[in-house]
Write a protein that binds this ligand. Structure first.
Ligand code: GLC
Length: 453
């Protein structure tokens, strides 16, 4: 019953443009928390696209890819500043002018957080590759307009800025967490997506005289990014011991504590939190800074894309096992742990009431994270965890009308300002269900996700 209801929600969420399906709205709630939930968000469309592709309905995905590529041209000059053509919109909607339908894009200038959606173009690349893998239609990506688009994305994302590491430097809230949350700098989720984008570029960008230099940069960056994240983001008992005894204020090249992290910055929660066999990738790294918070999407994507080593992937899933109550609780999966509270919340979020402790982006539980969780559990042979998470979600999300997020330390309360009928809550459930119960659809998913050339 829940599966049928999830499909009904997905089908009703489809947006048509000039009679062709082109995307899905973020939520079908009659009184959404914000008006733009009636738009198609690029990141929210990812699980929709995966469902459509598993079901052999590729047309809507193709239309979406084409539409978003075209929408890049709508960028407005903001405060006299013209942004690069590689930036893709956060969301878009269908408007009507003189009886003629138009697509209108938002590059973050209208959304509440007013942030640049750095993840959009990277998710677009991900969907493009998934589409090509499943349909066997290589021609779309090979077309001149798509090739130009991939080039422009890479030119923007590989552009030299002020980084001192191979990781990508971004402003606060540039991804799923799209409000101020102290996630500026080098957040893990962006590094995982960047890694995936570079791998896809190697597959989809055709080698020509015009792309030679770019492809060389891609290959180099891919290697350096992978080693850097695997070494410096990794936290387990041994690593914590090292940081705990770090010397600081070291000058020169041959030093251990390259970011000059003061051991005094290790937060209290981590004392005794990691058992033997558990580990994870830190949320963020920068000068004098390790963000020790656990961010689930970044860690799960690192497992799915092979950015984490096999051992690291196993240890991350072991952490879920040993800290199940805190990281999953009553609704899979918590977006980050722990929440920032009190003065920390005031300073980090600018006293954002939607992001109070254990709510929304600040330690809320998001059922849309069910799909990467189940996929990561399968990749690491943890069927038990995948099944347990699905059963937990299944016991509530349909009865609760597909909420966007849950609140509380264990995620037991429906989010205070959560929408109902949230599309990516339903699509994440459909994916998880197929992965565990439909072998032929699971095989298609694996082809899109785990098989690289
Ligand atoms: C919120 C979420 C964002 C999502 C959007 C639409 O802004 O933070 O990740 O894309 O809602 O669901």
């Amino acid at each position: 019953m829940a599966l049928t209801a999830a499909y009904n929600l997905l089908n009703e969420s489809i947006i048509h443009f000039r009679d062709r399906p082109v995307g899905t709205v973020a939520a079908r709630d009659r009184s959404p928390a914000a008006v733009n939930y009636e738009e198609c968000f690029v990141r929210d469309f990812v699980p929709s696209a995966l469902v459509f592709l598993m079901d052999g309905e590729a047309e809507i995905v193709r239309n979406f890819l084409d539409a978003v590529r075209e929408l890049r041209k709508q960028q407005k000059v903001m405060a006299g500043h013209q942004r690069a053509a590689g930036l893709m919109p956060a969301s878009f909607k269908v408007t009507s002018e003189d009886g003629k339908e138009r697509l209108t894009a938002d590059f973050g200038e209208m959304a509440i957080g007013r942030v640049a959606p750095v993840d959009s173009a990277m998710w677009w690349m991900f969907i493009l590759r998934a589409y090509a893998r499943i349909t066997g239609d290589d021609e779309l990506a090979k077309g001149s307009e798509f090739q130009e688009c991939i080039k422009q994305i890479l030119e923007l994302y590989l552009k030299e800025s002020f980084e001192t590491a191979p990781t990508m430097l971004v402003p606060d809230g540039a991804f799923m967490i799209d409000r101020r949350m102290g996630v500026y700098g080098h957040p893990l989720e962006i590094q995982a997506l960047m890694f995936c984008t570079l791998m896809i570029a190697q597959e989809l960008l055709l080698p020509t005289s015009g792309t030679q230099d770019l492809l060389a940069m891609v290959a180099k960056r891919l290697q350096s990014l992978r080693s850097y994240v695997r070494i410096y983001y990794w936290l387990d008992r041994d690593r914590l011991n090292e940081i705990h005894r770090y010397k600081s204020e070291e000058f020169g090249f041959d030093i251990e504590n390259i970011l000059n992290v003061y051991p005094e910055s290790i937060p209290e929660f981590i004392d005794g939190w990691l058992d033997e066999g558990s580990g994870y990738l830190a949320g963020n790294l920068g000068p004098g800074r390790v963000d020790f918070r656990y961010f689930s999407l970044g860690n799960l994507l690192a497992i799915l894309f092979g950015l984490a080593t096999d051992d690291q992937a196993r240890n991350i899933m072991h952490l879920y096992e040993s800290r199940w109550d805190e990281l999953v609780g009553e609704m899979p999966v918590k977006i980050c742990f722990p929440a920032v509270t009190g003065q920390g919340w005031q300073l980090m979020t600018g006293s954002d009431p939607k992001n109070v402790a254990w709510s929304y982006h600040n330690g809320g539980n998001w059922p849309t994270l069910l799909w990467p969780f189940v996929a990561a559990a399968l990749r690491t042979c943890r069927h038990d965890q995948a099944r347990k998470a699905l059963i937990l979600a299944e016991s509530r999300i349909y009865d609760d009308s597909w909420p966007e997020y849950y609140d509380g330390k264990k995620g037991s309360l429906i989010g205070r300002r959560a929408n109902f009928q949230q599309t990516w809550t339903a699509t994440a459930y459909i994916i998880a269900k197929h992965l565990l119960e439909e072998p032929s659809k699971c095989a298609k998913f694996k082809k899109m996700m785990f098989e690289w050339e």
